[in-house]
Design a binder for this molecule. Structure first.
Ligand SMILES: NC(=O)c1ccc[n+]([C@@H]2O[C@H](COP(=O)([O-])OP(=O)(O)OC[C@H]3O[C@@H](n4cnc5c(N)ncnc54)[C@H](O)[C@@H]3O)[C@@H](O)[C@H]2O)c1
Length: 446
């Protein structure tokens, strides 16, 4: 059934020739689910793939705002509402200068399958802007968020589309976005997750993606009679996902040797103090090299512009951004005898890097499964808001853990069922796809 996949992919490439990241994600996903079409000819008969690769709706809009010097700035806003077969559109907003339509589409496409894997009845979307909050004042970020919402509000709602945070969009930005939405619709509506605890947010949401990554990794290791305890870990990034992955890994008895930002990485053979990284990134909004200015960090070094994957480790956790781990870096990991790679970020490893992991029999947990804890906890936030109940930290954390353990077994079983035992690219894509495809089939040609 590769011919069906090939045909859809070649049409897709022709129509979207400049959308590199989107084509990269689509190629990985479609090629890995090819075995499904032998067992399910009804999917081809009903043009499920042709429909799946075309977003239901894309919104692009102008975001004008005034900076602190009184100068007018113009950014571009996006919302890709890719698939609502399983539930209302759900997916984060990214504010970063690299944002473009290709990146939005790849993220939204991945999100469809990820959300399906959570088993929480949410469809796939993504949005954002080429605005970068880094170096901007709170006032500038607020005015940008207000202008962004002035357009976005008419396209979202608690039963249609519920955005959340992503890179560059944390608690501060969600607060400003929600404030403007509430004013425009005159209602305290649950339309953004990642909300502050004072206005409908959920405990554990902030920690969820990073914690979830460690929970699924822990389960995968347990199944191999291994533990996280005593392992050396490298975590790329130093943002929301990276910080809480590092924090949880340390409580499980691992040592985090290195973390980074887009300028360079810090390295400490005695283990990174995650509380300092939290202070730098969450409070000071500074750079990772500031780590060395803190007390008791004498054994740490900062490597400007270096590739973090050169640091020898047992476990690699890419938690920064797409395509941050190249084929060359994957070969270095393999040479250094790294046995486990679990992705906190979305598509951080290139398709060639993934081939290296699989060829070297490394355990590889792809982002759409391994970082699904964030969106799953967003769905738990929605459940709490609609029932007007607030669960305790322990309750939400326990549910998150159960979800991650279930995802692991779900992708493991799907891989086995289709004859690809231990290949979680195949396992995650097939398990995620089947639910969406069956929902689309049931709903007719819409
Ligand atoms: N926040 C979530 O709940 C969530 C959920 C699932 C997936 N993700 C994904 O995780 C990744 C990180 O998101 P986040 O929410 O932690 O964002 P964030 O903005 O909090 O942090 C991003 C981090 O990546 C670093 N970074 C960016 N570009 C880099 C580069 N080229 N090289 C090295 N470092 C770089 C930044 O310095 C920062 O430390 C993204 O791929 C995002 O889509 C996030």
């Amino acid at each position: 059934m590769m011919s069906y996949v090939k045909k859809v992919l070649s049409d897709l490439k022709e129509k979207n020739s400049s959308q590199e990241e989107f084509l990269q994600a689509a190629t990985e996903i479609l090629e890995s689910i090819a075995p499904v079409f032998e067992k399910h000819p009804e999917f081809q008969e009903n043009a499920i793939l042709e429909r799946l690769v075309e977003p239901e709706r894309i919104i692009m809009f102008r975001v004008p705002w005034v900076d602190d010097n009184g100068k007018i700035q113009v950014n571009r806003g996006f919302r890709v509402q890719f698939n609502s077969a399983v539930g209302p559109y759900k997916g984060g907003l990214r504010f970063h200068d690299s944002v473009n339509l290709s990146i939005m589409k790849f993220l939204a496409f991945e999100q469809i399958l990820k959300n399906s894997l959570t088993e929480m009845s949410i469809g796939g979307a993504k949005g954002g802007s080429d605005f970068n909050p880094k170096g901007r004042s709170d006032g500038e970020v607020m005015r940008f968020c207000q202008s962004f919402m002035d357009e976005l509000y008419r396209h979202i709602g608690p039963n249609t589309d519920i955005p959340a945070g992503d890179m560059g969009v944390g608690g501060r930005e969600v607060g400003f976005l929600f404030g403007q939405y509430k004013k425009l619709v005159d209602g305290h509506v649950a339309v953004l997750t990642g909300a502050g605890l004072e206005f409908g947010g959920s405990l554990v949401r902030k920690e969820a993606t990073g914690y979830g990554l460690i929970y699924i990794l822990d389960e995968a290791l347990k199944m191999r009679n291994e533990t996280i305890k005593g392992k050396n870990i490298v975590v790329s990034g130093s943002g929301n996902v990276a910080i809480y992955a590092a924090e949880k890994a340390e409580t499980y008895g691992a040592k985090v040797l290195a973390m980074c930002d887009s300028s360079g990485y810090i390295y400490d053979n005695n283990g990174i103090n995650v509380d300092i990284v939290k202070e730098i990134k969450e409070v000071k909004r500074g750079r990772i090299k500031d780590y060395l200015k803190y007390p008791n960090t004498e054994s740490a070094q900062y490597v400007e512009g270096g590739i973090i994957w050169n640091v020898k480790c047992d476990i690699a956790l890419p938690c920064a951004t797409q395509n941050e781990l190249s084929e060359e870096s994957a070969k270095i990991l393999a040479k250094n005898n790294t046995k486990y790679v679990a992705e906190g970020a979305n598509m951080p490893s290139t398709n060639e890097a993934v081939d290296v992991f699989l060829k070297n029999n490394m355990l590889y947990l792809p982002g759409k499964a391994a970082n699904a804890g964030g969106v799953a906890t967003s769905a738990l936030e929605m459940a709490q808001r609609s029932s007007r109940i607030q669960w305790t930290f322990e309750e939400v954390d326990a549910k998150l853990k159960t979800i991650m353990v279930n995802i692991y077994h779900n992708i493991d079983n799907a891989a086995k069922k289709y004859g690809f035992e231990g290949n979680y690219v195949v396992g995650a894509n097939i398990a995620g796809f089947l639910k969406v495809a069956n929902a689309m089939l049931a709903q007719g040609v819409v």
